[in-house]
Design a protein around this ligand. Structure first.
Ligand SMILES: Nc1ncnc2c1ncn2[C@@H]1O[C@H](COP(=O)(O)OP(=O)(O)OP(=O)(O)O)[C@@H](O)[C@H]1O
Length: 454
């Protein structure tokens, strides 16, 4: 017995009872209506899987217009219900009109029982797949909302930040590729998310890929996906980030970390608007808005032969430079206050404020780690605070030059943090060079920094 609900609408009572008996052999619920006017008030029409609908109701009228009218009404109220039209005056043009208006099939009276049952069965299959698609779409939209939610507010009122935000607003509505540059922690990812939020793709996904945290040998499959069996661990087909971002925005962070080989692949995907999964040769079309970010000087990398010039021109149709915090002093206290409130709430410490001297200390500091460092500093101060007033001593700032080992005692973690910051400063924010100087891999350095800012 199929767990489906069928409704039969016909003004001929013997037709209704014959169909009821026939259909009840296979289907769990069969209801009948003698007067089509009852369709409008029929309870839970949405739950009905199939309607068998007569085309002519008023005696002597056989144009089928009445049936078409009720077909429209049913589709309006329950678009996914399958409707099968029935008429004794079957004419091809009428059948075509009904199909064009959304009927799933057509049955001629007198009907052949076997053929009618086959028609009902296919209509039911159609209804089921329509419902599955509907449910999947609903799920997909929920997922998109979850992925995009957690809006981060961009705080600051400096001229420098305002002009960046004005540019973002102008560019967001277009589909051009955007390159965001700036030191670490200046808010490049935040800007990329804002571009997405203000774009026509806002209801689609924003997919971010952190090139700094992906091992070199996994870049290709992460970005472009792989076919089953492409390599030992490829147990099944998998889509890459490009495909995942289809119709949305793809944010490639730390683009300066791409090897020349991967740069060539990226360029070809951008040019062809398609990707080829590792181990496959079938191109898959992708429609994405590409936003890249880096703290490297890509022009210099081009001059040094480390970055493809043609790729640079592809990704930087619009270039947005996010200024370091030291060049937008007006934002320091506004941001400090924002983070103070955020962490006071998080750690349940209301009524905290920063005194004048501490404010001056924050204003004078050059913030080499930019807003991420300020955020980190505020969180630590809130956690360690005893009273309601935060004083200069509550803010542990990385004084320059680096403290010597015999000055104030430091924890191992603090020492590590200082060494990392110093190496980054000395290498002008270049991760690879700083990592080399510290004797660790670029990825380890990256992980350490992320961990500290989390
Ligand atoms: N204007 C701002 N207002 C509020 N929070 C900000 C602002 N700018 C940055 N932040 C916060 O600072 C942190 C660092 O920002 P983000 O990750 O966007 O920087 P980034 O430039 O992409 O860093 P990286 O180069 O290290 O990837 C994040 O937690 C972000 O939410």
């Amino acid at each position: 017995m199929v767990d489906a609900k069928i409704l039969v609408v016909d003004d001929n009572k013997s037709v209704l009872s014959a169909l009821e008996i026939l259909l009840q052999f296979e289907y769990k619920s069969v209801q009948t209506i003698f007067n089509p006017n009852q369709i409008s008030s029929f309870p839970n029409l949405n739950d009905i899987d199939i309607v068998l609908l007569d085309m002519n109701f008023s005696a002597g009228v056989n144009t089928g217009n009445e049936g078409l009218y009720w077909l429209k009404e049913i589709k309006k109220k329950s678009p996914n219900t399958s409707v099968i039209m029935m008429t004794a005056y079957g004419a091809v043009d009428l059948a075509v009109r009904a199909l064009k208006q959304g009927a799933s099939d057509f049955v001629l009276k007198p009907w052949n029982n076997e053929r009618l049952m086959t028609t009902v069965k296919s209509a039911y299959e159609l209804r089921k797949s329509k419902q599955e698609i509907h449910n999947l779409k609903k799920k997909e939209n929920n997922l998109k909302q979850v992925i995009n939610e957690g809006r981060n507010y961009i705080i600051g009122q400096s001229k420098a930040l305002t002009s960046v935000l004005n540019l973002v607003a102008k560019v967001a509505k277009t589909d051009v590729n955007v390159l965001i540059t700036g030191e670490n922690g200046t808010g490049k990812e935040l800007i990329a998310r804002e571009l997405h939020r203000l774009s026509t793709r806002k209801n689609e996904v924003f997919i971010g890929v952190d090139m700094g945290s992906i091992a070199e040998n996994l870049f290709e499959s992460e970005l472009f996906g792989h076919a089953k069996g492409a390599f030992t661990d490829a147990k099944e087909d998998r889509a890459g980030k490009f495909e995942a971002a289809h119709q949305g925005s793809l944010f490639l962070d730390e683009i300066g970390n791409l090897s020349l080989q991967m740069q060539a692949k990226l360029l070809s995907s951008i040019q062809n608007k398609s990707v080829v999964r590792v181990g496959s040769n079938k191109p898959i079309d992708v429609d994405i808005r590409l936003v890249c970010a880096t703290n490297c000087n890509l022009e210099q990398m081009v001059a040094d032969g480390l970055f493809r010039e043609d790729l640079l021109y592809r990704i930087n149709t619009i270039h947005i430079e996010v200024p370091p915090l030291r060049e937008r002093n007006e934002d320091i206290l506004v941001l400090a206050d924002f983070f103070l409130k955020k962490f006071a709430h998080k750690y349940d410490k209301s009524g905290l404020r920063i005194n004048q001297l501490a404010q001056e200390k924050l204003m004078e500091y050059p913030w080499p780690g930019n807003i991420r460092e300020l955020q980190h500093t505020m969180e630590r101060a809130v956690i360690l605070s005893d009273g309601n007033v935060l004083k200069p001593s509550d803010f542990l700032l990385h004084a320059k030059p680096m403290q010597s080992f015999d000055s104030e005692p430091m924890t191992l973690n603090e020492m590590e943090e200082q060494m990392i910051l110093r190496a980054l400063e000395q290498n002008e924010g270049n991760y690879s060079a700083a990592a080399e100087q510290l004797g660790i891999s670029r990825q380890t350095l990256y992980n350490k920094l992320k961990k500290k800012s989390d």
